[in-house]
Design a protein around this ligand. Structure first.
Ligand code: FAD
Ligand code: UDP
Length: 376
């Protein structure tokens, strides 16, 4: 007897499986069409003694004590601050663009003038999205806004999305705001850490409950009718669930290129972004993400190339947040409403929302408390 079928063993599906099994004492069948758990956070020990993040580098960060405490039941953590450098005019400079970046790129008198203007206008410690900074009428601020837009955002965004920054929902570029401080960390969240033994080990613990059966290599379409009484939580693409009846929602995909080098370290920070050069957007050195693999003699670099998503060919990594896709999503949300009480949709693909890992987990915890616990 299965009470709940959960489709997708990523952060969303696994959190919900764990909650339903442990808090409601209900039987869960968790399926994933991939041959592993952990969704896009899946990692595994590679042959060079370095933990590989199969679907691109994943760095955990959150301001939510609730999420942090929840996940801490299943893993120990290793504190880790992610640092990103962007190559601008041939120099490696800190990102998010901050007062240190200005000092690294401009002659001292210019840097001082621009920094003073930014502090006077917005306040020290404030974060200003590039699209907001570009609205400034002040000559010096307009200069720096234009400089940052051209050298950091325009070409990177085009490589990543095949769109200009202003054609995306403003929150996308606001993820990396101009930071009026000397804090060089890519994230400022209260909790920043990597799971000590990796994400897959954490997911394995979350799923080791007698009420949870995990079945891999299983597509929902193949078991759809097998458990007619079970309630369903679907964390795959919402348009796929409804057989694309209102047309396919667009996603952005990526291709990862893995390069092994026989050297201790190959680049100066965890990630180096290349806004203007090359076809790839960024390179991450896995060995720098935590200490698990410090003893490996070599190092692995992952290059990310963004590309169009084609079902069956590559993975739907990113929903594309634009006004147009928000419109395309509406009829699917309405269909989901009609199925309320029988099927729940959640997650980066189920909600068609650009969630970080902690947001996927928070969404699952909130859904559990608000709707699922009372439906059981
Ligand atoms: P997913 O992890 O995508 O899981 C959904 C699962 O559902 C998949 O395993 C899929 O196989 C399965 N599925 C779908 N349809 C079906 C079906 N019909 N039948 C069976 N199974 C199905 N977040 C961070 O916080 N920090 C980072 O550094 C970070 N880096 C990222 C880097 C990249 C390149 C990408 C793409 C994302 C990154 N993220 C990061 C975001 C993070 O991956 C997501 O927030 C998280 O994986 C969302 O979890 P989810 O469970 O909603 O979805
Ligand atoms: N971005 C950019 N240049 C950079 C870094 C980010 O233009 O050097 C923009 C780009 O549009 C990107 C968005 O900011 O998609 C969010 O960046 P983030 O690093 O958060 O993206 P993710 O890690 O989710 O791919």
């Amino acid at each position: 007897m299965v009470d709940w079928i959960i489709v997708g063993a990523g952060f969303t599906g696994t959190t919900l499986a764990e909650r339903i099994a442990s808090q409601l004492d209900r039987k869960v069948l968790l399926i994933d069409r991939r041959d592993h758990i952990a969704g896009n956070a899946y990692d595994y020990p590679g042959k060079h003694g370095i933990l590989i993040h199969k679907y691109g580098p994943h760095i955990f960060h959150t301001n939510s004590k609730k999420v942090w405490d929840y996940l801490s039941q299943f893993t120990n953590w290793e504190p880790y601050y992610h640092h990103v450098l962007a190559v601008v005019e041939g120099k490696h400079v800190p990102l998010p663009f901050n007062l240190n970046t200005i000092a690294a790129l401009f002659p001292p008198f210019m840097a001082e003038n621009i920094s003073r203007k930014l502090i006077e206008t917005y306040g020290y410690g404030e974060k200003v999205p590039i699209l907001k900074l570009r609205e400034s009428k002040d000559t010096d601020l307009a200069f720096i806004a234009d400089y940052i837009y051209r050298n950091v955002f325009k070409n990177y965004t085009f490589k990543q999305w095949e769109l200009n920054p202003e054609d995306l929902d403003p929150f996308v570029t606001a993820r990396v705001p101009v930071y009026i401080s000397r804090d060089d960390r890519y994230f400022n969240d209260t909790y920043q850490a990597m799971p000590l033994e990796g994400y897959t080990a954490m997911f394995t613990k979350m799923l080791s409950h007698k009420n949870i059966t995990t079945r891999l290599n299983t597509d929902y379409k193949d078991i759809r009718d097998a458990h007619p009484k079970a309630r369903v939580i679907f964390t795959g693409p919402i348009d796929e669930y409804f057989a694309y009846q209102y047309g396919a929602l667009p996603y952005r995909s990526l291709r990862f290129e893995e390069i092994y080098k026989e050297t201790q370290y190959a680049q100066p920070s965890g990630t180096v972004n290349y806004p203007n050069e090359f076809d790839f957007t960024r390179i991450t050195e896995l060995k720098r993400l935590g200490n698990q693999h410090q003893n490996a003699p070599g190092t692995i670099l992952i290059r990310e190339y963004a590309e169009a998503y084609t079902p069956g060919k590559n993975e739907p990594y990113y929903p594309i947040p634009t006004r147009d896709t928000a419109e395309k999503l509406k009829p699917y949300k309405a269909l989901a409403e009609e199925h309320a009480g029988k099927v729940w949709f959640a997650g980066r693909l189920g909600d068609y929302a650009y969630y970080n890992m902690d947001q996927a987990c928070a969404r699952a915890l909130a859904l559990f408390e608000k709707s699922i616990a009372s439906a059981a």
